[in-house]
Ligand binder design. Structure first.
Ligand SMILES: Nc1ncnc2c1ncn2[C@@H]1O[C@H](COP(=O)(O)OP(=O)(O)OP(=O)(O)O)[C@@H](O)[C@H]1O
Ligand SMILES: [Mg+2]
Length: 402
């Protein structure tokens, strides 16, 4: 019996979504496995689920990429596509959420419908559905530049505070305008309009302090949950936000921090013009992951240890969403189990069994999920001769009614 606070996806329908020509599949499990060979469409399936909500999904793809390509890579066309899910909320109420391109509209436009009615504000969706995910692409997080870690953090913040995306966008936009103005001043050897620059710096200071505060707040809450052991047998992670603006917010009221930012930017116009960039500000922040038991930065951890750190953060994040919204988000774990040794895998399965969340797991090898036999509902995806097939894997026993 699933705990009352689980949000459940009970049916998924796809039409010409990436590799899936047409699919209707009911889900009755709280843990759903999708196995199959490379290219079978497993990640595509999770991506479709991730698009049943606010945002651009787990690949961050453009809408026009998502339609099934027919007629070859060159000169081919992407078909209009649709993805729809039926959900059951923690109170047992069902609702339908659909998304896709309009039949006669431009392929880059995506529409969302809640129980058949167009959804105007994506933030309204955040009250009904949420999903968190881990994908193989995220393994690079520890090697890539700070920008990817910042975006990772911003996505975590945004899932809890939908207006965070607007703060980030407004800050970036004001900074881009300031950079352009400074570049023009330098190119043309004339003084830019000081009042205009001050106005942009003021916008940057307000939005920058707000977004740094939101990031700082989330990091503190995640750390608190991980320190409490929410990640079960997983090595817990410790997150450190490296950002002078966030650090200043710990010492001084936000208005004072904004004032200092305005003064710093006003004083550094010449240097920033020469550098062609704004050199200080929350857009330079980094998020450092530490393996708590070893007290080692993630960059020095093994691949499996890094994966476990990400799992810990994602589980803690799911816990935060559950506490804030009253329902746990769907967990979309793409190829997560394959990177973990048997002990950590079992820790993952145990953590998933504990969490009141519906989890979707993929992998090429059904064998590694053996400990979930009897607990999970399993499907096999097949490519090749019969692309877009998803069949129940009868080796796994479907659990009792939810
Ligand atoms: N727009 C599209 N139209 C048609 N096919 C697409 C489109 N986008 C991706 N594909 C194809 O979908 C197939 C399945 O991709 P997917 O990433 O879901 O596979 P997977 O089962 O996750 O494989 P792996 O085990 O390698 O991760 C790929 O062969 C890919 O080329
Ligand atoms: Mg995949």
């Amino acid at each position: 019996m699933a705990p009352a606070s689980a949000l459940l996806l009970t049916r998924l329908m796809l039409q010409d979504f990436r590799s899936w020509p047409s699919l209707t599949v009911p889900f009755s499990g709280r843990i759903v496995l999708v196995t199959g060979p490379n290219g079978a469409g497993k990640t595509n399936l999770l991506e479709a689920i991730s698009l049943l909500g606010p945002g651009r999904g787990l690949r961050g793809a453009r809408t026009a990429e998502l339609g099934r390509q027919v007629g070859g890579a060159t000169g081919g066309v992407a078909l209009p596509w649709a993805a729809a899910g039926r959900f059951r909320d923690p109170f047992g109420q069902e609702f339908d959420l659909g998304t896709g391109t309009p039949e006669d509209g431009p392929p880059e436009r995506r529409i969302l419908r809640l129980d058949g009615a167009p959804v105007r504000a994506q933030s309204l969706l955040a009250e009904r559905v949420a999903a968190v995910w881990l994908t193989p692409q995220m393994d690079r997080l520890f090697q890539d530049g700070a920008g990817d870690r910042r975006r990772f953090l911003d996505r975590l913040v945004w899932a809890l505070e939908p207006h965070h995306a607007r703060e980030v966008a407004a800050y970036d936009q004001a900074m881009a305008q300031r950079n352009r103005l400074l570049a023009q001043e330098r190119r043309e050897g004339m003084r830019a309009d000081a009042a205009w620059l001050a106005g942009l710096e003021d916008a940057m200071a307000r939005h920058g302090a707000a977004l740094a505060a939101a990031r700082r707040g989330l990091v503190a809450r995640l750390n608190a949950l991980m320190a409490e052991g929410v990640t079960g047998a997983f090595p817990s992670a410790r997150l450190t936000l490296q950002c002078p603006v966030a650090a200043a917010l710990a010492e001084a009221p936000a208005l004072a921090v904004e004032e200092r930012l305005r003064a710093d930017w006003a004083a550094s116009r010449g240097r920033d013009a020469a550098a062609g960039a704004t050199l200080i500000g929350p857009h330079r922040a980094d998020l450092v992951f530490t393996h708590a038991p070893k007290d080692l930065p993630a960059a020095l951890c093994s691949t499996g240890e890094q994966k476990a750190l990400l799992v810990a953060v994602v589980l803690a994040h799911a816990g935060l969403i559950a506490a804030a919204r009253g329902f746990a988000p769907l967990l979309l774990l793409d190829e997560v189990a394959a990177h973990l040794d048997a002990t950590r895998r079992e820790a993952l399965f145990a953590a998933l069994a504990e969490l009141p969340a519906q989890a979707f797991l993929t992998g090429t090898d059904a064998g590694i999920f053996a400990p979930l036999r009897g607990l999970a509902e399993a499907f096999r995806a097949s490519p090749g001769a019969s692309p877009g097939q998803l069949v129940a894997d009868m080796d796994f026993v479907v659990p009792d009614a939810l």
